[in-house]
Design a protein around this ligand. Structure first.
Ligand SMILES: Nc1ncnc2c1ncn2[C@@H]1O[C@H](COP(=O)(O)OP(=O)(O)OP(=O)(O)O)[C@@H](O)[C@H]1O
Ligand SMILES: [Mg+2]
Length: 211
């Protein structure tokens, strides 16, 4: 499976559509354990990314990711803007000037992006953040690919694993961000950032499957 630049552009456009659709849901999750802005943040950020896409579509994947990251960084406040911004900027450096990637290259670049998120946000596994989706999903997907699973099946595995990871955040106690101020009262609620990461991963499968 070759993931072309048009697939990457379709992924980012799908993210914008998904966050517009799920804005209220994400905001409600953030109302329970945060400040009720996560859906607004993600929708605003990816709306700006979608507006940017026509102007950068002739560039390589690294440039597209870099512009996406810079846009998220500059248009989304709070914790999630800088974290998702860092994700795309770091991933951009990993893919460089390529205009097509195989799934392994893309997953490796996404792992580099997540390393940047961890350096910036200092979250450990189990802290009830987006990292509780990013890290296990990418590890499982890369392992499956290394074991010979077909890329189409790996994309489906990413989607189901992301769902499971989101559910696993419900019983975690938040150790990072505003939700951590609630202490034990953060237990029993699904993490908004973990949910937006799951949606971003599902958007990738949808974008690649569209062909
Ligand atoms: N240090 C961190 N590392 C990784 N993810 C984090 C961190 N802090 C917060 N998050 C993620 O960001 C989400 C909240 O994003 P939001 O857009 O609501 O920004 P925010 O209101 O500034 O966040 P917060 O109140 O958590 O600081 C959380 O649900 C969590 O998944
Ligand atoms: Mg918030």
């Amino acid at each position: 499976m070759l993931i072309e630049k048009t697939d990457i552009l379709a992924w980012l456009a799908q993210c914008a559509a998904t966050y517009a659709e799920q804005m209220d849901f994400l905001t409600e999750l953030d109302r329970d354990i945060g400040d009720a802005d996560h859906g607004l943040n993600m929708n605003r950020g990816f709306k700006h990314v979608a507006e940017l896409l026509p102007g950068i579509e002739r560039h390589d994947i690294g440039t597209i990711f870099k512009n996406t990251g810079m846009t998220l960084l500059s248009s989304v406040g709070g914790a999630s803007g800088p974290l998702y911004g860092t994700f795309f900027i770091r991933a951009a450096a990993a893919v460089g000037s390529r205009t097509a990637l195989n799934l392994k290259d893309l997953l490796d670049a996404m792992s580099v992006g997540v390393e940047g998120v961890v350096v910036r946000g200092k979250a450990n596994l189990g802290d009830k953040t987006m990292c509780d989706v990013w890290i296990p999903v990418l590890e499982k997907a890369k392992q499956a690919l290394a074991n010979g699973m077909e890329p189409e099946q790996v994309l489906a595995l990413i989607s189901t694993t992301a769902d499971e990871c989101v559910v696993s955040t419900i019983m975690m106690q938040a150790k990072k961000g505003r939700a951590s101020y609630l202490g034990e009262r953060s237990i029993g609620h699904q993490d908004p950032g973990a949910t937006s990461t799951m949606l971003m991963l599902k958007a990738l499968e949808q974008a690649i499957k569209r062909k």
